[in-house]
Design a protein around this ligand. Sequence first.
Ligand code: HAM
Length: 423
Amino acid sequence: MSISIPRGTQDILPEEVELWQQIETKARELCRNYQYQEIRTPIFEHTELFLRGVGDTTDIVQKEMYTFEDRGGRSITLRPEGTAPVVRAFVEKKMFGQAQQPVKLYYMGPMFRYERPQAGRFRQFVQFGIEALGSTDPAIDAEVISLAMNLYKEMGLKKLKLIINSLGDQESRKAHREALVNHFKPRIGEFCHDCQTRLEKNPLRILDCKQDRDHELMKTAPSILDYLNDESKAYFEKVKQYLTQLDIPFEVDAKLVRGLDYYNHTTFEIMSDVEGFGAISTLCGGGRYNGLVEEIGGPNTAGIGFALSIERFIAALKAEGIEPNVGEGIDCYLAAIGQEAKDYTVGLLQQLRLAGFSAERDYLDRKIKAQFKAADRLKAKYVATLGEEELKNNKISVKNMATGEQTELALDAFVEQFLKLHG
Ligand code: HAM
């Protein structure tokens, strides 16, 4: 019996990897321009980190974590997201004491959530995310959002919708929380079991419930924007002002609460606006989390960031009909006739490669015609042919595959002369 791939995971085959690499390269380039530095944290962490960081009333913690006991009896969890691990590292490595502040970090790697697989929803997916720690300047909120928007735009996406909201500071959230409890309490019996426990622990989570989303009380629930205190309002106004200054259109949606507990002030999501994209149209999500560093055991430090998955990024590119740049052809294919010439190409191939050229030869003992076909498949720019005659005369004939032009080069100075030819 053959063994199949686990549900909710996928193999990224070489022809698709190219597009992945283009996105990854663009993301790294932008991070360099915006001055975010890469951080790599472990794939697994102590379960406690996510209980405290992500929040024990969230779907992620309650239903979606890959948690197991290791052989030492510790509870370990495959990371479902990157923010809590980055904050853990920030606290543990005392990055708050670094001279360079704010600390601006990015990460790229697999995350794991035991979700019901469907289009755009995987159990293993790759997130690219950034986190800026140590600044409460609303300009950095705008910077974080603009990095995500520009990454999508630079890859060619046009149909994007940015939705923002503010959850306010602690005081505003508290006032809103009370209003929510008063709103839902009289009829909480009509809600699902999860919502009933959320009412006291975390009523904001009720607004994010998939099961009860059509209940009439959801539509009339008190809006956070009506509970923002003056400071929170002013902060949100500044973020909006900067976004406008950066020419980034946005919509405010007071119902955007996000699925993780650590947020306050700015929250945002970027959606694909392409018709027929599918039910899951959120490409990127993020927000401010001013209390998280303290929650994880560090000093009071502000933070903001986002994460997006490459899988949904690629789905959006496909939905907008954006084709990746097709793979570049190789520089040189070494065709050989006869055993002696074939033996000779082993060394020649290495010289080409070490000189920085992409080069290939035949490994299937093919006839010369079939070798040329293989060169075509590899989109070779040049084919160099070596036979008995050439070997005897210290020559090698090189064909420019675009123009058909043939040149003879000296075999013992081949790489040098090829460099001049090919540039
Ligand atoms: P999140 O909204 O849970 O936020 O996930 C962010 C993004 O990850 C989503 O918008 C989506 O692109 C992708 N994503 C999530 N789950 C899946 C899945 N099952 N399959 C494919 N893609 C998925 C966070 O993770 C926060 N840590 C973001 C953040 C960073 N907030 C502040 N800093």
